[in-house]
Write a protein that binds this ligand. Structure first.
Ligand code: HEM
Length: 506
């Protein structure tokens, strides 16, 4: 090697060494002033990334909680990640200090899909969030809406039951019921949003929509881009990934706009006041736009939020619920007996009935406990430096409340790994709405899920109507269906969509 090259290499190494020493020195100086939560020892630049890796799912974070306690800090490159794993600290984050911790973090990918927080779900706590939440409440999240749309929900689930009955293989080799339920969920939400529905699983527009929403979820929930988000110098390697995200985002918003938003606008302008009698959700949103409260992009991001927040979460929960009752025939029979006794054999279950069915409700709660669709809630964030559990939390930390750990910890639950709906009958005061900080499937407080008012009755209706009409069994030759899970950045769904036999009841 030439001596000049060696000298340059030496200089380079020296510079890297100096940067590392400097970084250690600065971080020591900084942390002297702050009393940070415990956690594994962080190295400069990478933090804990090399020890902890990319897969920050609820179970791995639960294991770390056993080691480091109810609050711990992971430095993932440039990001501070604070994980909360006790009911007391969950209360502190979501309720007592709900304003301080009421913002959201976004990473490089969520920045793209939400237009840097022009939506509602991923925007920081403040004026824009308040306005969006208010604007979305009247068209989506009130009892009046439930009463307006419950016939549409019952109709969609009824159609699914009829379709399944028409498929001969459903009662012999079995079908992936989830596919038909996906159409149910799209139709429920698209009827509410746009007064539109898709005729069949093969509807080309439905297929496009489903594919783009699926891509959006996969790209956003994957752990594979973490390295570029945590360590900015590695970001150039993410260029290809981020380009795909931008492309999916553009195509998706264009689809929402061209096929749904603009179509409904056109209908409104041709029908004039006639449309007011039967307003659907987007008409209310247009009114807010006409008043100048929000712009056209915000309208599209509201549609985007509903597509991910409402459809998938509810569908995943249905899928988990069905898998568990297939694997527990005695529980399935208890639901059926209750339905026969309360609603009547052969009488289709309706939304108002669901409140009179404690066992069915307990099954729904137990499904949400054991298989939380959003086990880490949607990440929270503190805009300013804050105090939590006696520690200093640096500004803009990502705060993960491990709701799955709270609901599956043997310290607070008997045999938590087992599917036992009866536990919610014994302790019937525990509601899914967050009156008990051990059970927070929808979060609680300012940023809690406003969709709970729709999700709970829809889940009861879907599971109840299926059980009323079919005996649900594992496919021939199998004693149960697979309930392995696949976790994402903060989501959890079943790994394999199971084939289930649906035998019509005699
Ligand atoms: C079983 C179904 C569902 C589950 C398990 C679920 C769960 C959650 C959770 C855990 C959060 C975050 C709470 C937090 O960060 O503290 C959330 C937020 C949210 N959910 Fe749901 N959700 C479901 C269905 C729905 C439905 C049907 C809708 C709409 C129709 C919806 C709309 C939203 C919105 C807009 C937010 C963001 C609220 C905010 O940031 O202010 N969700 N959901």
């Amino acid at each position: 090697m030439e001596s000049a090259t060696v000298a340059n290499l030496e200089k380079g190494l020296l510079a890297v060494f100096a940067v590392i020493v400097g970084a250690i020195f600065i971080s020591k100086l900084k942390s002297k002033k702050l009393k940070l939560p415990p956690g594994p020892l962080a190295v400069p630049i990478f933090g804990n990334w090399l020890q902890v890796g990319d897969d920050l799912n609820h179970r791995n974070l639960g294991d770390l909680a056993k080691k480091y306690g109810e609050i711990f800090l992971l430095k993932m490159g440039q990001r501070n990640l604070v994980v909360v794993s006790s009911p007391e600290l969950a209360k502190e984050v979501l309720h007592t200090q709900g304003v301080e911790f009421g913002s959201r973090t976004r990473n490089v990918v969520f920045d793209i899909f939400t237009g840097k927080g022009q939506d509602m779900v991923f925007t920081v706590y403040g004026e824009h969030w308040r306005k969006m939440r208010r604007i979305m409440t009247v068209p989506f999240f009130t009892n009046k809406v439930v009463q307006q749309y419950r016939f549409a929900w019952e109709d969609e689930i009824g159609r699914a039951v009829d379709d399944i009955k028409k498929r001969p293989e459903a009662s012999t080799t079995g079908i992936v019921i989830r596919r038909r339920l996906q159409l149910v969920m799209y139709n429920i939400m698209y009827r509410m949003m746009f007064d539109r529905r898709f005729e069949s699983e093969e509807d080309p527009l439905f297929l496009r929509l489903k594919a783009l929403n699926g891509e959006r979820s996969r790209l956003a929930q994957s752990f594979e881009y973490n390295y570029g988000d945590f360590i900015p110098v590695l970001r150039p390697f993410l260029r290809g990934y981020l380009k795909i995200c931008k492309d999916v985002k553009e195509r998706r918003l264009t689809l929402f706009k061209n096929y749904f938003v603009d179509e409904r606008k056109k209908l409104g302008s041709t029908m004039g006041s006639n449309v007011t009698g039967d307003k659907c959700a987007i008409d209310h949103i247009f009114e807010a736009q006409d008043k100048g409260e929000i712009n056209e992009d915000n309208v599209l991001y509201i549609v985007e939020n509903i597509n991910v927040a409402a459809i998938e979460t509810t569908l995943w929960s249905m899928e988990w619920g069905i898998a568990e009752i297939v694997n527990h025939p005695e529980i399935q029979q208890k639901i059926r007996d209750e339905l026969d006794a309360v609603v009547g054999r052969g009488v289709p279950l309706t939304e108002p009935d669901t409140v009179r069915l404690p066992y069915l409700q307990a099954v729904v709660k137990e499904t949400l406990r054991l298989h939380m669709a959003i086990p880490l809630l949607v990440p929270h964030m503190n805009l300013h430096q804050a105090k939590l559990g006696g520690y200093d939390i640096p500004a803009e930390s990502k705060i993960l409340v491990n709701a799955w750990f709270l609901a599956n910890n043997p310290e607070w639950w008997k045999n938590p790994e087992e599917f036992i709906p009866e536990r919610f009958l014994e302790d019937e005061k525990i509601e899914a709405s967050g009156n008990d900080f051990r059970f927070l499937p929808f979060g609680v407080g300012r940023r809690s899920c406003p969709g709970i008012i729709l999700a709970l009755p829809i889940l009861s209706l879907a599971i109840g109507r299926l059980v009323q009409n079919f005996e649900l069994l594992p496919p021939p030759g199998q004693s149960n269906v697979d309930v392995s899970e696949k976790g994402g950045q903060f989501s959890l769904h079943i790994l394999n969509h199971s084939v289930v036999v649906a035998k019509p009841r005699a």
